[in-house]
Design a protein around this ligand. Structure first.
Ligand code: BCR
Length: 295
C-alpha cells in the first residue's frame, strides 16, 4: 500500500538514476554489499525483541527462542552446502513471499489466501526481474552455488509467467489493492523504474537497491512502530542500540563462513547468499507473525 514512506522511497528511487551515473560497476557493487551488511543485516537483528512482543512468546524462555533461531539459521546454511538446489528453491520461495508481504500486506486487516498469493507473485516478479535483467551474472553465481548451469530462457520464462499472474491478480484484486487511480499508477511506475535500474546496473546493485530501499527501510519502519510506538522519536536509536550485538555476531559469523568455505567457491558472493538465506528463514517467520498480529 502506498504510504507517506513509500512516497519518500519513490523519490529516492528517482534520485538513484542520477546517482548511478556517478559510480562505476565496481563501486556500485562495493556500495551495495556495504549497504546489505549494515542496513540490511540490522533490519533482522531485533527479531528476538519482536518475538518477545508476540502472543504466546512466553511459552518459550528467552534462551529457547535464541537457540531455536540460531538452530534454524545454522541448519539452513548447512543444508545449502549439502543440498544446494533444494535449499535455493526454498530460499527463493520464502524470499518472494517476504518481499511481497512487506510491500503489500502491512495494514491489510484481513490477509486472505489470494492476497497472500498476490504478495508472493509480486515478490517473484521483482526477484525474476533482478535475475532476468542481469542474466549472465546470475547464471555464473548460480553455477558457483549449485554447480548447475541454468539457461537464460528459464529466467525469461519465470519472469513472463510471474508478470502474467501478477497482471491477472492485480485486475481481480483492484478494488482491495488500489483505492484510486493514483495508487495504481504509482505502483506500476515503481515497477517500471525498478526494471530500468535493474537493466542498467549490476546484479549486486540491483539486489542491494531493492533489498535496502524497498524492503529493509520499510521493514525497519514497521518494526520500530511495533517495538517503540509511533510517536517516539528515539525509536531509531533504541532500535540500533538493541540490535548492535546481534549485528556484530552475524558479521563475525560471515567472516568465519568466508574463512572456512572460500576454497570451495569462485566468488565470495557465493558464500554471501547462503549466509543471507540462513538468516532469512527465521526472520521471515518472525516478520510474518508480526504482520499477522499488528495489522
Ligand atoms: C536475532 C538473532 C541473530 C541475528 C539475526 C539477523 C542479523 C537477521 C537478519 C536477517 C536478514 C538480513 C534477512 C534477510 C533477508 C534477505 C532476503 C529475503 C534476500 C533475498 C535474496 C534473494 C532472493 C537473492 C536472489 C539471488 C540473487 C539476487 C543473485 C544470485 C542468485 C540468487 C537467486 C541467490 C543471530 C543469528 C546473530 C543470533 C540469534 C538472534
Amino acid at each position: 500500500m502506498m504510504s507517506g514512506l513509500h512516497r519518500v522511497l519513490l523519490v529516492i528511487t528517482l534520485f538513484s538514476f542520477w546517482f548511478i551515473g556517478f559510480i562505476d560497476h565496481a563501486e556500485a557493487n562495493y556500495l551495495g554489499i556495504s549497504l546489505v551488511l549494515t542496513v540490511g543485516l540490522i533490519h533482522g537483528a531485533n527479531d528476538l525483541r519482536i518475538i518477545g512482543k508476540l502472543n504466546g512468546s512466553n511459552r518459550f524462555s528467552k534462551k529457547k527462542q535464541l537457540s531455536l533461531y540460531v538452530f534454524m539459521a545454522l541448519s539452513t546454511f548447512v543444508i545449502f552446502y549439502l543440498f544446494p538446489v533444494t535449499a535455493l528453491i526454498i530460499f527463493l520461495l520464502f524470499s518472494c513471499y517476504h518481499f511481497g508481504e512487506q510491500h503489500w500486506l502491512e495494514g491489510q486487516v484481513k490477509n486472505s489466501g489470494i492476497l497472500r498469493f498476490f504478495a508472493f507473485t509480486y515478490g517473484l516478479l521483482i526477484i525474476s526481474m533482478i535475475l532476468k535483467f542481469n542474466s549472465s551474472e546470475t547464471i555464473l553465481v548460480l553455477k558457483d552455488i549449485t554447480h548447475i548451469e541454468i539457461s537464460s530462457s528459464l529466467l525469461n520464462i519465470v519472469f513472463y509467467i510471474s508478470a502474467l499472474i501478477f497482471l491477472i491478480l492485480t485486475y481481480l484484486l483492484r478494488s482491495v489493492l488500489f483505492p484510486n487511480f493514483n495508487e495504481f499508477f504509482k505502483e506500476f511506475f515503481l515497477i517500471l523504474m525498478l526494471g530500468v535500474i535493474f537493466k542498467i546496473s549490476t546484479l549486486i546493485w540491483s539486489f542491494a537497491f531493492y533489498f535496502i530501499v524497498w524492503h529493509a527501510i520499510p521493514s525497519l519502519y514497521s518494526q520500530i512502530k511495533v517495538l517503540y510506538g509511533k510517536g517516539k522519536g528515539n525509536g531509531v536509536l533504541a532500535y540500533l542500540k538493541h540490535s548492535i550485538l546481534y549485528w556484530l555476531i552475524s558479521i563475525v559469523g560471515l567472516m568465519i563462513a568466508i574463512f572456512f568455505f572460500k576454497e570451495n567457491t569462485t566468488w565470495i558472493i557465493s558464500i554471501f547468499f547462503p549466509f543471507i538465506a540462513a538468516l532469512t528463514i527465521p526472520h521471515v517467520l518472525v516478520m510474518s507473525k508480526m504482520f499477522e498480529e499488528y495489522s
